[in-house]
Design a protein around this ligand. Structure first.
Ligand code: GNR
Ligand code: NI
Length: 171
C-alpha cells in the first residue's frame, strides 16, 4: 500500500476527464487500496482518482462514524436524481481549509462496479448522496468551488497559491 499525493486546486490536472475502467483487475485493485489508504490518512470521507492524478473512473467513500465501512465505485453513473434539492456545507481534500454551501439533489441512485467487477445499484441520501455527487464531479474534472461565484473562486485560487508558496518555503 502507498499514500498518494493529492492535487490541490487550482491545479489544471483536476480538470481532466477520467476514462472508464475497461477491466477490474489487479492493477485497479492496487489503485483502490492506495486510494483508500490516502483517504483514511487525510482523513476524508471520499476520494476520486482524479485527485491523485489517476484519470480513470474510480471512487472510494467511507461515510461511517468509525471509518470502517469502505465503499468502492468503479465506472459510477448517476441513473436517477430527486427533484428535491438540499444544501450542504462541503469541503474537499483538493481545496484545504475551505468550506462552503453547495445545493444538489438530495437523493440519487447510482450504478457502478464493485471491487470484484460486479455491477450493483445503490440508493443514497444524506452525506453519502452529497459525497457521491462531489466525487462524480471530480471524475468529470469539476471541483465544488466551480458552483460558487467567480469572485469567491478567484479568492480561493489566490489563497491556495499563497498556501502552496508558504508550504514550499517551509521545505
Ligand atoms: O472529506 C470530504 N468531506 C466532504 C464533506 C462534505 C461534502 C463533500 C466532502 S468530500 C471530501 C473529500 C474529497 O475531497 N473528496 O473529493
Ligand atoms: Ni473533493
Amino acid at each position: 500500500m502507498a499514500l498518494l499525493p493529492v492535487l490541490c486546486y487550482p491545479d489544471p490536472r483536476l480538470h481532466k476527464v477520467a476514462k472508464p475502467v475497461a477491466q477490474v483487475d489487479a492493477r485497479i485493485q492496487k489503485i483502490v487500496a492506495d486510494m483508500a489508504e490516502t483517504m483514511y490518512d487525510a482523513p476524508g470521507v471520499g476520494l476520486a482518482a482524479t485527485q491523485v492524478d489517476i484519470h480513470e473512473r474510480i471512487v472510494v467513500i467511507d461515510v461511517s462514524d468509525d471509518q470502517n465501512e469502505l465503499m468502492v465505485f468503479i465506472n459510477p453513473e448517476i441513473i436517477w436524481a430527486s427533484p428535491e434539492k438540499k444544501s450542504w456545507r462541503e469541503g474537499c481534500l483538493s481545496v484545504p481549509d475551505y468550506y462552503d454551501e453547495v445545493e444538489r439533489p438530495s437523493e440519487i441512485r447510482v450504478k457502478a462496479l464493485d471491487i470484484g467487477g460486479k455491477e450493483f445499484e445503490l440508493d443514497a441520501d444524506g452525506l453519502l448522496a452529497v459525497c457521491l455527487q462531489h466525487e462524480l464531479d471530480h471524475l468529470q474534472g469539476k471541483v465544488f468551488v466551480e458552483y460558487l461565484s467567480i469572485l469567491k473562486r478567484s479568492r480561493i485560487s489566490q489563497k491556495m497559491k499563497k498556501r502552496a508558496k508558504e508550504l514550499e518555503s517551509q521545505r
